[in-house]
Ligand binder design. Structure first.
Ligand code: GLU
Length: 486
């Protein structure tokens, strides 16, 4: 290879959205590039016109950028090896396919879909492990080929796979891998519509773009013998391969839409932080060799190595993602959470309420240890923004006694005396009332919480009172006395 710099690529097919498995592949490529001062390239593999989805490329780019995985070369930013969209490189693939044909490594095939279907049925009847092309067109004479081409008979170009060969390659994760060439079909390289297949375009581009390491999902392992044959047929140096373990549902089936979200944008829309999703995805098949699970992207870059990627499938555990989200959220400065919270508020029913930043910061401080998502600062504690319209029934049954209204009225009149009360002022006032009534403080705190928040749990009682403010507290005690019926 002329270039000794590490060059890796993420090469998605634009099928609509970025799959979390794709995010993992992109992330490992990114980490490997950054760790080795190399380049990370985005290449769009869009030569399958049947699978083309409008807007998919834009979606992919948006999701990668959201995740913070900025590439060094790519379709929207260019680079020295562009274009980076395969549909804009058709001439290149044609030229290389012609080269293989002229060297006997590939050949034209004019077989009709009907003939191929009959062949497949025959092979099925013979119980062959897999359908394979029978090399019929490899034996056409030059003049037959010329004639067919002149007549414009539909054709494909196929790779000429020599039988009885051992195809071997090394994989950084799976170590030594061997395939028997008798199990490898004479793969189509150029389809009848003139477009290349994934195999040809992928190998030609990896070579021309000077890719040093091919890091991709395990589902591509069975394509690798074909790629290796192509590198050898061209006389090109092979890149190093690393096939990443499958992602599994908790029941160990292959990760699928049916069991949960698979699109990165779904996680984003549900309120997962990019830092948490990246951290989580990094651990799907990799660990640094210790128990550490909390990472920022820069630490991942420092620690990452392909040698520590597992062979075994990685289970997608949503509980762990939630835990990481809460951890990342807690470690953010309150000022950053404020911006995120204001964004959530602007999308919620509270959007027209003018809530001062000071109040939001107090809510953040009070709730930080109790939330998983930024939106929980709203929906887990609506009582900060609106007085309760209902009261938790179980808590009413448990904590609201006949004498409760009388106790709360006494508390209310004690609170009325306070001027600009602090948390401590509320606390002293409550202790005083408890003493006077000769009851435990809990006998006041539980009904008071219920009265002001409608709930039985939440942040510290006196934080809650302080954040609500005296007038609001007094009003809420009054309405609770009026509205709570046992
Ligand atoms: N276009 C393939 C995909 O959609 C790329 C596989 C590879 O990285 O070689 O994942």
């Amino acid at each position: 290879m002329t270039n000794s710099q590490v060059r890796v690529r993420f090469a998605p097919s634009p099928t609509g959205y970025l799959h979390v498995g794709g995010l993992r592949t992109a992330l490992y490529n990114f980490l490997f590039a950054k760790k080795n001062n190399g380049k990370f390239i985005l290449r769009i593999e869009d030569t399958d016109r049947n699978r083309y989805v409008e807007g998919a490329v834009e979606n992919l780019i948006k999701a990668l950028k959201w995740a913070g995985l900025q590439y060094d070369e790519g379709p929207d930013i260019g680079g020295p090896f562009g274009p980076y969209m395969q549909s804009q490189r058709l001439e290149i693939y044609k030229k290389y396919a012609d080269e293989l044909i002229s060297r006997g490594k590939a050949y034209y095939c004019f077989c009709t879909p009907e003939r191929l279907e009959v062949l497949r049925e025959e092979q099925q009847k013979m119980k062959l492990p897999q359908a394979k092309y029978d090399k019929h067109c490899l034996h056409l004479s030059n003049s037959q080929i010329e004639e067919n081409l002149a007549k414009g008979i539909p054709k494909v170009v196929r790779l000429n796979v020599e039988p009885d060969q051992k195809i071997e390659f090394d994989d950084i994760i799976r170590e030594h891998v061997e395939f028997d060439s008798n199990n490898v079909d004479d793969q189509v390289l150029i389809k009848s519509d003139g477009y290349p297949t994934y195999h040809l375009a992928n190998v030609v581009d990896d070579h021309l773009m000077q890719i040093t390491h091919v890091i991709r999902g395990e589902e591509w392992l069975s394509s690798t013998p074909k790629h290796v044959l192509l590198y050898d047929a061209f006389g090109w140096e092979r890149p190093k391969f690393a096939h990443l373990p499958l992602l599994l549902n908790p029941d160990r089936s292959k990760l699928s839409k049916r069991q949960g979200d698979v699109a990165v944008e779904d996680y984003r829309d549900k309120g997962y932080l990019r830092e948490a999703l990246i951290n989580f995805v990094a651990l799907l098949g990799w660990n640094a060799g210790d128990d550490k699970e909390f990472y920022y992207l820069n630490e991942l870059i420092e620690k990452f190595s392909l040698e520590r990627v597992n062979k075994a499938g990685a289970v997608f555990d949503l509980q762990k993602l939630n835990w990481l989200n809460a951890e990342h959220l807690r470690r953010k400065p309150d000022t950053e959470l404020l911006l995120l919270l204001k964004e959530e508020i602007s999308k919620s029913e509270l959007k027209d309420k003018n809530i001062p930043d000071g109040k939001l910061l107090l809510i953040i401080a009070a709730m930080k240890e109790r939330v998983t998502f930024v939106k929980d600062f709203i929906f887990n504690c609506m009582y900060f923004y609106k007085s309760p319209s209902e009261y938790e029934q179980k808590a009413v049954e448990k904590n609201w006694r006949e004498d409760t209204p009388q106790h709360l009225l006494k508390l209310k009149s004690e609170f009325e005396k306070l001027v600009n009360p602090t948390k401590e002022d509320y606390e002293h006032a409550l202790s005083k009332v408890a003493d006077e009534l000769n009851i435990g403080k809990g006998k006041l705190i539980h009904p008071l919480r219920l009265a002001v928040s409608g709930q039985s749990t939440g942040p510290g009682m006196f934080d809650l009172l302080f954040i609500l403010g005296k007038d609001e507290v007094l009003n809420r005690i009054e309405s609770a006395i009026k509205n709570i019926k046992v």
